[in-house]
Design a protein around this ligand. Sequence first.
Ligand SMILES: *[C@@H]1O[C@H](CO)[C@@H](O)[C@H](O)[C@H]1NC(C)=O
Ligand SMILES: *[C@@H]1O[C@H](CO)[C@@H](O)[C@H](O)[C@H]1NC(C)=O
Ligand SMILES: *[C@@H]1O[C@H](CO)[C@@H](O)[C@H](O)[C@H]1NC(C)=O
Ligand SMILES: *[C@@H]1O[C@H](CO)[C@@H](O)[C@H](O)[C@H]1NC(C)=O
Ligand SMILES: *[C@@H]1O[C@H](CO)[C@@H](O)[C@H](O)[C@H]1NC(C)=O
Length: 304
Amino acid sequence: MAPVPLSAISGRRSLTFPWPPLLLLLLPATIFPALTFASPCRTSCGNIPIKYPFGVDDGCGAPQFRRMFNCSTDLFFLTPSGSYKVQSIDYDKQSMVIYDPAMSTCSILQPHRDFAMADLQSVIIPPAPDTVFALLNCSIDSPILNHYKYLCFNFSGHSCDELYGACNAFRVFHLLTNSSPPCCFTGYDTMKFMSMNILDCSHYTTVLNTENLKGVGPLDWIYGMKLSFSVADLGCDRCSKSGGTCGFDTETEGLLCLCSVSSNYTRDCVGGNFTGGGYNRAPAALIGAFIFILLSIAQLTLNS
Ligand SMILES: *[C@@H]1O[C@H](CO)[C@@H](O)[C@H](O)[C@H]1NC(C)=O
Ligand SMILES: *[C@@H]1O[C@H](CO)[C@@H](O)[C@H](O)[C@H]1NC(C)=O
Ligand SMILES: *[C@@H]1O[C@H](CO)[C@@H](O)[C@H](O)[C@H]1NC(C)=O
Ligand SMILES: *[C@@H]1O[C@H](CO)[C@@H](O)[C@H](O)[C@H]1NC(C)=O
Ligand SMILES: *[C@@H]1O[C@H](CO)[C@@H](O)[C@H](O)[C@H]1NC(C)=O
């Protein structure tokens, strides 16, 4: 927290008298109380709402998620292995469903494909525990059939034979060998530590909402991936309550509250309500005094 306001203050190091910038800071708010501010941050992409901590424009949202999205007509989630179409985002449950158009599913067999995330992504937005990876057409030398057998689990009583038998796409594995090549139901951690090449399986598919799939056939599973994201509490509530949009400085990645075209603040929009009718000067004066004290302290610290 501390580095943000400090860096803002140290920018004024050369000033001996802190009043002029302070007045400049408060002037627009005083003169244009009904100023409306068009945020530089898009609030949707296609039919997906974009809210904190995400952003599709640089400088918007939380810096941790920077460059993870691409909004070209539709919203895409970008990882080192490709771009994945975002199907939905549940901001309350902090989950996001993505779909890899190049992944094999019960109805379509596609060429070999790997799934990989950046280290940071594995920490802040990993696949949820109720997303299961089905590794298909594994060679008998695959580590998950030998040393790492324990990484495969019994997925609601479903078997490889069932998958190879029920899905047109996977029947080909069965036909070619006249037996079922091994497969494995596993979690994301297995993929994280071993690439598809090491796993020695030619295909994978992913299934989400797996808690409720006992007795449900592979034709009725939902293919795709649910990611669960975490949001660090960086004080965005305070910024949005004051009418701002949470973002960050694109050079330092220090947090910003985007308040108007001409002013970005570190915590909230000083004086608060730019769009409302009855603008109240009292809070502005109080906050102004607070900033003055902060600046004075900084001045003393820098001079000593
Ligand atoms: C405020 O922040 C946004 C996003 O980082 C940036 O585009 C804009 O130039 C900033 N405005 C000012 C006045 O610093
Ligand atoms: C965004 O996604 C589209 C479609 O997948 C792709 O063509 C484009 O190159 C991507 N842009 C960036 C900056 O990743
Ligand atoms: C199944 O895996 C083997 C290698 O173990 C590969 O040669 C074969 O092409 C794969 N089958 C399909 C249909 O991709
Ligand atoms: C998985 O579950 C099925 C059905 O409940 C059972 O028949 C099978 O033996 C189980 N397999 C393992 C490895 O536990
Ligand atoms: C801004 O002012 C309007 C009208 O007075 C009010 O309805 C709204 O709740 C205020 N917003 C905030 C964030 O205080």
